[in-house]
Every structure is written in C-alpha cells, then in structure tokens.
Design a protein around this ligand. Structure first.
Ligand code: G3P
Length: 218
C-alpha cells in the first residue's frame, strides 16, 4: 500500500488536490494497490464527496468535541469523511503521552491510525498501544535524495520482526527499487510525498511506484 502524503503543497491543495487524486484513484484501480491520501483537514470533505475514495488526515488532536479552539477533532474528521489519521509526523511531532492518547481517541471515534516513529525504541513502545500501522521515517531524509530504505535497510528488517502492525517506510522514497527493497525487507508499504507531488508527471511516477508491489519478488 502507498500512503500519499500531501502535506501543504500547492500542487495538493484545493482544486489541484482533486486533479492529483483523480489520477491516484485511476492508478490504484489499474494496479490494485491501495493508495491512501493523507490530506489537509480543509480538503477532506471535498475529496470524499468528489472522489469517494478512502482519505486520511495528516494529524488529529486527542480531544472530544467542545472548547478546543483551532484543534483537529476526531469527531469532526469522521463527519468530514476521514477513515484514519497520521500521528506524530516529524513535521507535526507530539510527545509520547499524546501519541498514546491520540491512538485511544481515534479508536473511540472509529478512525484508523498510522504512527510515525523515527527510532526503533519509540516503535517498540508504540506497538504496544495498538495503532493500525507504524511508519519508520527519519526526519533528516524527508524530501531528500537519499532514501530511508537505502540508508536504514538493516533497521527496517529488524523493526519488521519486532512490531505487531504492518510496517510502512518513508522519507526519500522515490523509485520502484525503493518499493521493492522495502517489501523485501519486511515492510508492507511506503509513505511518500515529494516524489509524486512534485513530479513532472505524477501519474507516471505513481504508476512506477505502485508497480513495485507487483514485481517486488523479481
Ligand atoms: O509523510 C511522508 C513524508 O514525510 C516523506 O516525504 O518527500 O521524503 O517523500 P518525502
């Protein structure tokens, strides 16, 4: 599976996100690989209404509806049509207690969760809190030219044996070889942003990456 992280890129905001995700929907149908957009909260309702695809939020806060000015409520995300949310992305990090509380609160409102961990130590702790997925991603490799799977292959293999949830690998994932190598190391999927969102031809790039799931044994 591919988590398509849309961040706040212009190419993935407002009307542009519909164009980008219509293309992602086609690639997903064509290849059979689930492609789950992690969208800005402001775009979730529109994505759900217009494209009828699974869509996740990039963040949520561990709150019930009420006096929480400016926070992102799991209840509201659910009403907007989100199926899940990412927790603890390096660009929106939270402390350990908050990770735990947020997983619990997401469950309360029927949202799936993917928790991003930068270290094996954190992932070992998070696995006990039972999110749906754990992603392994080093902040310094995000949007760079060196991929997490090339830089940390041994740790990915180790982590895949330790955690109970499917392991997703992120940061600098940009080629079909990165996808194949991730799957061979025991990962179940990738989370990526810039390689697709900033590509000259996002559809061709996404298709290349998705086809990595088909051919990874080769
Ligand atoms: O959310 C995943 C993201 O941080 C990876 O970004 O641009 O390295 O694919 P990128």
């Amino acid at each position: 599976m591919i988590f398509l992280s849309l961040k706040t890129y212009k190419e993935a905001s407002g009307e542009a996100v519909i164009k980008l995700l219509s293309m992602a929907k086609q690639v997903s149908e064509e290849t059979g690989v689930p492609i789950i957009p992690c969208a800005q909260a402001t775009d979730i309702y529109r994505i759900k209404q217009e494209l009828k695809i699974e869509v996740w939020a990039q963040h949520l806060d561990p709150i019930d509806p009420g006096r929480n000015f400016g926070w992102i409520s799991p209840y509201s995300l659910k009403l907007a049509g989100a199926e899940g949310a990412v927790i603890n992305h390096a660009e929106h990090a939270v402390d350990k207690d908050t990770i735990k509380q947020t997983i619990d609160m997401a469950k309360k409102y029927g949202l799936k969760t993917l928790v991003i961990c930068e270290t094996i130590k954190l992932a070992k702790q998070v696995t006990l809190w039972q999110p749906d997925y754990i992603a392994y991603e080093r902040a310094d490799l995000i949007a760079g030219t060196i991929s997490m799977i090339d830089e940390e292959e041994a740790s990915v293999k180790q982590l895949a044996q330790i955690i109970k949830q499917p392991l997703i690998v992120g940061a600098g994932i940009s080629t079909q070889d990165h996808v194949k190598k991730t799957l061979r190391a025991g990962g179940q999927g990738v989370i990526l942003a810039s390689a697709v969102v900033k590509a000259d031809n996002p559809k061709a790039k996404l298709r290349e990456l998705a086809n990595g799931f088909k051919y990874h044994a080769g």
